[in-house]
Design a protein around this ligand. Structure first.
Ligand code: SAM
Ligand code: DTB
Ligand code: SF4
Length: 331
């Protein structure tokens, strides 16, 4: 979708925007379901990158210590528990700049993925930068989706991160698409960006070919010690408007209401679900930050008459639209 169209949409009276988003939502997602995803930090802290929102960067005194890669047996235990608690997607995150083949670290991750993928959940990983070969190996090991957020507009990105570029992010996403994995890519609201930055981010995401399978929308959780610790919180209506625009511009994507739900009331979350969000991280911890308690989430879904989505381990990645150029890159 073009920036100007997104802008006209965003600027509609709030209820008109919600009605438009709901109409699209009901056509593509008629079931009143929300996907529950479990997130596990398999390698926490000590990251070489300087993303100014992140508690896991080694550059900031955030109180998050660098840990080693979690042992496979512990990860499998957590994955099994996630499945038993109703999660249909298990997402493993690592605080790395990226991974390279023929390293001990990468071989260990491949071995972990092979075992986790036998449990029958969608398997997502977020390990930083990937080249074409790493992407292919992860796909072959059983990764169904790869999370790599573009986070904000290309113009604002250098204000937030200096150790890698927006282009680097797009390259990894292209490698993920070429390997046949689904792309999970979204962003953070609250990085001091303008509304135009958010809409430029959505313009880029909505022009991905193949389309992103899921779009996480994170509301900044200001982490002590990071440069954005004192950032102004984003207004709930802006979160809902952004979700509504994501829903209209990428109708088939799962829109994941991701970090920051602890700062949203039940009513605010319901508004985001109405606007088109249909996935959440489920479990009382994200990577290092807090998330609502599972029991509280189940209670909320029950109050709203929403059921957890059933598993889809055979998930296929979205198809290439042959009438549009391949994007990002090669466009
Ligand atoms: N290192 C990998 C990477 O950067 O792609 C994977 C992990 S990284 C923590 C995944 C995403 O979490 C980031 O791209 C960002 O969107 C989100 N995130 C990290 N810290 C956050 C915070 N304090 N508040 C909200 N979202 C955050
Ligand atoms: C995403 O977009 N959000 C998740 C997941 N992808 C990996 C991570 C949220 C992290 C929140 C901050 C923390 O836990 O440190
Ligand atoms: Fe490292 Fe990812 Fe955090 Fe950036 S967002 S500092 S790459 S863990």
């Amino acid at each position: 979708m073009k920036f100007q169209d997104l802008k006209s949409l965003y600027e509609l009276p709030f209820f008109e925007l919600l009605a438009r988003a709901r109409e699209v939502h009901d056509v593509h997602w008629p079931k009143n379901e929300i996907q529950l995803c479990t997130l596990l930090s398999i390698k926490t802290g000590g990251c070489s990158e300087d993303c100014s929102y992140c508690a896991q960067s080694a550059r900031y005194k955030s109180g998050v210590d660098a840990e080693r890669l979690m042992p496979k047996c512990d990860i499998l235990e957590r994955a099994q528990a996630a499945k038993e608690n109703g999660s249909t997607r298990f997402c493993m995150g690592a605080a790395w700049k990226g991974v390279k083949k023929d390293t001990k670290r990468f071989d260990e991750v491949i071995d972990i993925v092979k075992s986790v993928s036998k449990l029958g959940m969608e398997v997502c990983t977020t390990l930083g930068e990937l080249g074409p070969e790493e992407a292919k190996s992860l796909k072959d090991a059983g990764v169904t989706a790869y999370n790599h957020n573009i986070d904000t507009s290309p113009e604002h990105y250098p204000n937030i991160v200096s150790t890698h570029t927006f282009e680097d992010r797009l390259n990894t996403i292209r490698n993920v698409q070429d390997a046949g994995m689904s792309v999970c890519s979204g962003g953070i609201l609250g990085l001091g960006e303008t509304v135009d930055d958010r809409l430029k981010m959505l313009e880029i995401l909505s022009n991905f070919n193949p389309a992103p399978e899921s779009i996480p929308i994170n509301k900044l959780m200001p982490m002590p010690g990071t440069p954005l610790a004192g950032a102004n919180p984003v207004d709930t209506f802006d979160v809902a408007r952004t979700i509504a625009c994501a829903r209209v511009s990428v109708p088939k994507a799962k829109i994941r209401l991701s970090a920051g739900r602890t700062a949203l009331s039940e009513e605010a979350q319901a508004l985001c679900f109405f606007a088109g969000a249909n996935s959440i991280f489920y479990g009382d911890k994200l990577l290092t930050a807090k998330n609502p308690q599972s029991a509280q989430d189940l209670k909320l879904l029950k109050k709203l008459g929403i059921s957890p989505q059933s598993p889809n381990p055979e998930m296929e990645s979205p198809e290439i639209n042959s009438e549009l150029p391949l994007a990002p890159q090669n466009a």
